[in-house]
Design a protein around this ligand. Sequence first.
Ligand code: C5P
Length: 400
Amino acid sequence: MRIILGVAGGIAAYKAALVLRLLTEAGHDVRVIPTHASLEFIGRATWEALSGQPAPSDIFEDVPHVPHVALGKGADLVVVAPATADLISRAATGRADDLLTATLLTARCPVLLAPAMHTEMWEHPATRSNVATLRSRGVHVLEPASGRLTGADTGRGRLPEPEDIVAAALALVGDPDAPQDLAGQHVVISAGGTREPLDPVRFLGNRSSGRQGFALAETALARGARVTLVAANVTLPPPARADLVAVETTAELRDAVRAAAKDADVVVMAAAVADFRPATTAETKIKKRADGSAPVLELVETPDILAELAAQRLRAGQLLVGFAAETGDCDASVLEHGRAKARRKGADLLVVNAVGTGRGFGTADNAVTILDVHGEAVANAAGSKASVAHAVWDAVANLR
Ligand code: C5P
């Protein structure tokens, strides 16, 4: 695929080198167009060396080939990372005062912008309106991540992780090299983590980011599936071509999954579903008590959605995949807990991963063992959440 990678002038420009690497390693032909301002951060030599191609910024370079028209028209996909407030503004108003903005005007392929700027700039009404304008024209503008910004400051406006940018960009076009073994199949995927309300302002929740579930959705789309994505409290941008159902609680997730599963070929429960919820939800905020005593929470078990689907299949031949986020303890290792769970739940496959500080939840990478219903390992996978997702689809294909 011919991909244009635009780089605008922000400190996150250095992360575009990783975006470029991921795209070229996936076999794509990438041309980088840095803005002049971005060259204050990362020099042209970096882009030319990493892409193996010239990396022009100006309309008046290489004039006989009319690059400001040729590059945009010949592209299959345009990705701008980072997209600064200035670049977004120029794109929204249709300026063509450098090669990147001219290319955005001539491109007729999917365009993805990955914003990075200070929180104040992202929240400014001018930027909000520019983003809305671009989205109304069909440009895909990712939500920026929250976290460390240029200096010691933190907040919303951080460039999304390169892995996420690449996955979102390739999902716009479908990966032509992906096997089409899910073509014609309806796949239901739950992602994120459920929240069980204690009162109108508090909930019991978990740290699941939804990344692994979203990677499963993106890779299933790339492999030809129709995807229903049931997302519990996920702030990541959803894959553009998935049917999204947003839920909050376990009860809502159960209803949404069961409704979609009626005509699903595969159901993957990647969501971290609460095992317990408060027995009652207070109608008003729980107050501190005059005597200083703390309330005692009574919890009740939630229905096990995966075990229910396994015990009574909603459609003949439907394949069920569960995820088990485990921590080892003095009784058993992560894998031993996983084996017992595989046998107990009755899903066709159980993907076991270790979670804990810095592992599993919220991170870009994952490492898993895929077990069959007897608890026997059928595959191991480690790497990006997209590569783990492909390993899950490979294991599903082997069961067919
Ligand atoms: O028992 P545990 O929560 O570790 O099981 C994990 C697997 O079971 C995941 O696939 C999760 O989505 C699913 N699950 C469920 N309903 C619950 C709890 C977990 O479907 N109430």
